[in-house]
Design a protein around this ligand. Structure first.
Ligand code: 6R9
Length: 604
């Protein structure tokens, strides 16, 4: 019998839960609200708390290695094993002088040491920054610099290919820990830079099990995570999250993902992005479930096999992945039994109604769309298991969260009243900027070293998401689009400026404008419009060279998939590239009001 019928949902009645909701009570399940005597440490709640409660032998992470044969031979890591390994990591950090506040980053695929680093760092009250392993050297260097990262955990291959060449740009970096390397491979290595980071093997760095480590009192406002995210312009922004955010991770794990302690849960997101940390590490572990971690990239047959073999109860993935499954057809899925699957949810990009229906046919459960951002730390709007799913809608606010829509002018400015306060849209079906009443526990507490950008994200007690949405008469939110030029490709957030800067550095390039171009599978792909230097002639060879240049700098995850040569780019009077017009042209749309242009519209 399917587990669907046997496990009662945590959230039974949405309206009643919202009416009775109280953030203080939300802490009850985690041992009570922290106070001056009892702090809150995410790693303690994720691991040691379960060991103290006698669930140490329960499997916390079922790790599946990259090779096809590994699917049949997963490695189980129990709550006790992870508790002890993270203690050893925290102990080693402390013994090497890396105290509270130390910035620790990972640049690895989905391997067990990543999870040990994340939670071990949190035990020692350092801040954890995951970096996506498909980033190229430029995005990696920039984030390590901006984050003042002192300790980097990586693999031998990634170290050689992406890190060794950039250490000279990283004055704060003191230690590199290489996973899976033997001591011999790393002994004495200093990267050839005098005073450069020490390079040690991860295994050799861990303290032996005889040394004890006590988690110190952790104030809920202690920084825990530093996640880089991209804006339209400028450098990536480091969103700071605190230990107290864990109550949102835990609560959403319960109310939205409906995690029960005996569940097998699989979040396919990479921890290099916020979903892979909030829902690939924290929420499943605080909820005591068994979490699947698959090292390999997307492979439909493999995914179906894992869902069936490991009897996954709750599956959290992205619309791009669902579209990829859809494109391969239902036959592949039909050979498998997904009887255990109780809940399927998605995040990161718009989820169309057809995908919801397709999943209902193939998996016997609909996909529950959820909306949130790096800055919100956790799910803010969702469809719930016990409520009717409105296919195509992002759902309704998490209990305890107030969502508003702020009126905008066509230029993207907020409409304000005579006090200068924004105007909230209350009528149904009118789109505005999605905003959240500031102050929820997992709200980001700053953009590292960028107070102005942080302040600019708030207006009159609202956090401005930058997304456009509308609300229907029943209170369900519908995604309308991004209010800015940021690109979501295959669920990953890319800042166009970062891509433009890398292309602009090529000697043949005069100027670049980067947009998201609609794509059937990835939602959008990164496309660059390139103006060449005056002595350059467009050719396929040059296009290939530029694509290669961008790839080697930015990595496959960020580099453009398409390049189009143009004679000029549209600019505002102040000289900014008008990506909006590039996009309109790409879509064959009317370019609209071009009065702000210096070069009127297009001159290709
Ligand atoms: C968690 C995450 C945030 C941006 C967000 C929005 C887009 C997220 C969505 C969605 C449509 C959904 N987004 N969920 N768009 N429907 N259900 O993805 O964080 O990488 O910071 O991206 O993703 O545009 O503003 P992040």
């Amino acid at each position: 019998m399917s587990a669907q019928a046997t496990v009662a949902p945590w959230l039974v009645d949405y309206d009643a839960t919202v009416a009775a909701f109280d953030w203080d009570r939300a802490w009850d399940d985690l041992g009570g609200r922290p106070d001056a005597e009892h702090g809150v440490n995410i790693a303690d709640l994720a691991l040691d708390r379960h060991v103290r409660a006698g669930r140490g032998d329960h499997v916390a992470i079922r790790w599946i290695g990259r090779d096809p044969a590994d699917v049949e031979a997963p490695v189980d890591l129990t709550y006790s094993m992870l508790a002890s390994r993270t203690h050893r990591f925290a102990c080693a950090l402390r013994n090497n002088g890396f105290g509270p506040g130390t910035g620790v980053a990972t640049l690895t695929g989905r391997i067990p040491d990543l999870y040990v680093t994340a939670l071990g760092t949190l035990k020692g009250q350092g801040t954890f920054t995951p970096l996506f392993s498909a980033f190229g050297p430029d995005p990696i260097a920039q984030r390590l610099q901006l984050g003042h990262i002192k300790v980097l955990v990586t693999t031998p291959t990634l170290y050689r290919r992406k890190v060794a060449g950039i250490v000279d740009r990283l004055p704060d970096l003191e230690l590199v820990l290489v996973c899976g390397a033997t001591e011999d491979q790393t002994a004495g290595s200093t990267n050839g830079r005098r005073g450069g980071p020490r390079v040690l093997s991860f295994g050799a760095f861990l303290c032996d099990g005889t040394k004890t480590f006590e988690i110190g009192y952790t104030d809920p406002e202690t920084p825990a995570l530093l996640h880089f995210t991209s804006g339209t312009t400028g450098t990536p922004k480091g969103a700071i999250h605190v230990h107290g955010a864990v109550v949102t991770h835990h609560l959403t794990g319960r109310l939205v993902l409906d995690l029960h302690p005996d569940d097998v849960f699989w979040c396919t997101a990479d921890p290099g992005w916020v979903t892979g940390t909030s829902y690939g590490i924290i929420a499943p572990l605080t909820n005591g479930v068994t979490s699947i971690v698959d090292e390999a990239d997307f492979d439909a047959e493999r995914w179906y096999r894992i869902l069936e073999r490991d009897a996954v109860d709750v599956f959290y993935t992205a619309p791009t992945a669902i579209r990829m499954l859809q494109r391969l057809g239902p036959e592949l899925a039909a050979a498998h039994d997904f009887g255990a699957l109780r809940l399927l949810a998605s995040v990161g990009e718009p989820l169309d109604a057809e995908a919801v229906r397709w999943c209902e046919r193939v998996f016997q459960v609909p996909v529950l769309d959820t909306w949130w951002q790096t800055e919100t730390g956790g799910i803010m709007i969702a469809n719930y298991r016990s409520e009717p799913v409105r296919a195509g809608s992002m759902g309704r606010p998490l209990p305890g969260i107030e969502v508003g829509l702020l009126a905008r002018t066509p230029d993207g400015d907020l409409v304000t009243d005579d006090r200068g306060a924004p105007i909230e849209i209350t009528d149904p079906d009118i789109s505005g900027e999605l905003a959240l009443r500031a102050g929820w526990p997992s709200m980001f507490r700053g953009y590292l070293d960028q107070q102005d950008r942080y302040d600019a994200a708030f207006v009159d007690g609202w956090y401005r998401s930058g997304d456009l949405a509308r609300r229907d008469a029943d209170g369900y939110f519908w995604f309308v689009g991004r209010g800015d030029d940021v690109i979501k490709t295959a669920g990953h957030l890319i800042g166009p400026f970062e891509v433009e800067s890398a292309l602009d550095e090529h000697p043949a390039v005069a100027e670049t404008g980067v947009i998201g171009k609609p794509d059937e599978t990835a939602g959008t792909i990164v496309k660059a419009f390139v103006v060449l230097g005056h002595d350059q002639v467009p050719s396929d060879d040059l296009r290939r060279e530029l694509l290669g240049h961008a790839r080697s700098r930015l990595g496959a995850a960020v580099a453009p998939r398409e390049i189009e040569f143009v004679d000029s780019l549209p600019h505002t009077r102040s000289g900014k590239i008008m990506r909006r017009l590039l996009k309109a042209r790409e879509l064959g749309e009317d370019e609209g009001d071009t009065s702000a242009l210096e070069t009127p519209a297009w001159a290709t």
